[in-house]
Design a protein around this ligand. Structure first.
Ligand SMILES: Cc1cc2nc3c(=O)[nH]c(=O)nc-3n(C[C@H](O)[C@H](O)[C@H](O)COP(=O)(O)O)c2cc1C
Length: 183
């Protein structure tokens, strides 16, 4: 079809019924969904925050750049996690992108120990939010929006500060930690 012919066609010719695009109405099996998502390799972060004088953090791979103008990201945090209410209350958090030697920190913040920062070297930023020493990079974030999706909340946040060190990031793929190897 030539472009001239497309110009002559009524817009209704391009519209499709939603039913026609539903490839398969069968609900996707949750385990199948998880198997597919395990193929998505990504960086490992620890989301940290402060609330009422306490320091909190959890390991998160569900992080996404949203846009650069203004610099904005989103994270997906389980509503049942201990850290969730503290991010919500504080309205601020840090993203610590772990370096390749920090697998033990990823495991630490994916567990349910008490006083999570007692053994983790850190400093705090101007808002009192902890920053993990030795991380590959950091983002200082202020929550702009909260979107509830099923079991998780998407926290959409503006970036108000950054930090970057000369190290390579820790990678998570297929339920295993790995290192960046150059192609
Ligand atoms: C590699 C990895 C990635 C994870 N990614 C997420 C995530 O994106 N969002 C989330 O809510 N939990 C994620 N978790 C689970 C939390 O880290 C875990 O439930 C943690 O114990 C919650 O801590 P808290 O209850 O002290 O906040 C991940 C765990 C691991 C090991």
């Amino acid at each position: 079809m030539t472009l001239d012919k497309i110009d002559d066609m009524p817009i209704s010719d391009f519209m499709v019924d939603a039913a026609d695009v539903a490839v398969d109405a069968t609900p996707v099996d949750v385990d199948e969904f998880r198997s597919v998502m395990r193929q998505l390799a990504g960086c490992v972060t620890v989301i940290t925050t402060e609330s009422n004088g306490g320091l909190y953090g959890l390991t998160v791979t569900a992080i996404c750049s949203v846009c650069a103008t203004p610099p904005t990201i989103l994270i997906a945090v389980d509503k049942s996690s201990r850290t969730h209410p503290h991010i919500d209350r504080k309205g601020a958090f840090a993203v610590n992108i772990l370096a390749d030697g920090q697998k033990h920190i990823a495991e630490h913040f994916a567990s349910k120990g008490d006083d999570q920062f007692a053994t983790i070297p850190h400093v705090v930023n101007a808002k009192g939010v902890p920053l993990i020493e030795g991380a590959a990079a950091q983002l200082h974030c202020e929550v702009q929006d909260r979107i509830s999706i099923g079991t998780h909340t998407l926290f959409v946040a503006h970036i108000v500060g950054t930090g970057i060190q000369d190290s390579t990031p820790l990678i998570y793929h297929n339920a295993k930690y790995g290192l960046v190897t150059h192609i």
